[in-house]
Ligand binder design. Structure first.
Ligand code: GRF
Length: 186
């Protein structure tokens, strides 16, 4: 299956998805990387791996207008599944509808707990002992939608947000390719 990945920044989950796609038994290939931030760090990795990209700033555009542009780029690339990987934009209802059941997101918490931003600090502030990451189908609500897979990590004595984020991210990079492959195979 042809996958399009949407990023806004570092793109380490995008890199993990691309890396996993090179395995002979992987059911997907990455056909396009899209960024709403033209100088997102992840774009260099995509370019170095020969993956086509569509990068355009959303600034000054209406949400639905920008999303239609992204949708056009995905269609042109023959994309069948969309993976959000640190894409820091809410999506318009039309875009969500169009990709319903075929669009996934990774979120750094054990959903439904800790939707939204700053999950690691919030988990620490709440004194949680466990944390993790979730891959879910994207619906109109932020960080909502059916859960496909989760990975758990312990919160350790002396953790700060950075240390905890690092521990979670290691799991994200394993979880995301697995969950996407599973969705595509089913
Ligand atoms: C990850 O923690 C992901 O779960 C969240 O945003 C972060 C993106 O990191 N949605 P990266 O751009 O994939 O490195």
């Amino acid at each position: 299956a042809r996958v399009g990945i949407l990023i806004s920044g570092r793109g380490s989950n995008m890199a993990a998805l691309i890396e996993a796609s090179h395995a002979s038994d992987c059911p997907y290939e990455v056909a396009l990387v899209v960024s709403n931030v033209p100088d997102a760090a992840g774009l260099a990795y995509a370019a170095a791996n020969g993956i086509p990209q569509f990068a355009a700033s959303h600034k000054g555009m209406k949400r639905a207008e920008f999303d239609a542009l992204v949708d056009g780029a995905l269609r042109d690339a023959g994309v069948e599944y969309v993976a959000l990987a640190g894409y820091m934009r809410l999506l318009s209802p039309a875009f969500v509808d169009r990709w319903a059941g075929r669009m996934v997101n990774i979120h750094p918490s054990l959903l439904p707990a800790y939707k939204g931003l700053d999950t690691h600090q919030r988990v620490l502030d709440a004194g949680e002992t466990r944390h993790g990451a979730t891959v879910h189908l994207v619906t109109a609500e932020l960080d909502d939608g059916p859960i496909l897979a989760q990975a758990e990590v312990p919160v350790l004595e002396g953790d700060d947000a950075e240390a905890l984020a690092r521990r979670v991210l290691i799991e994200e990079h394993k979880l995301y390719p697995q969950a996407l492959a599973e969705l595509i195979r089913r």
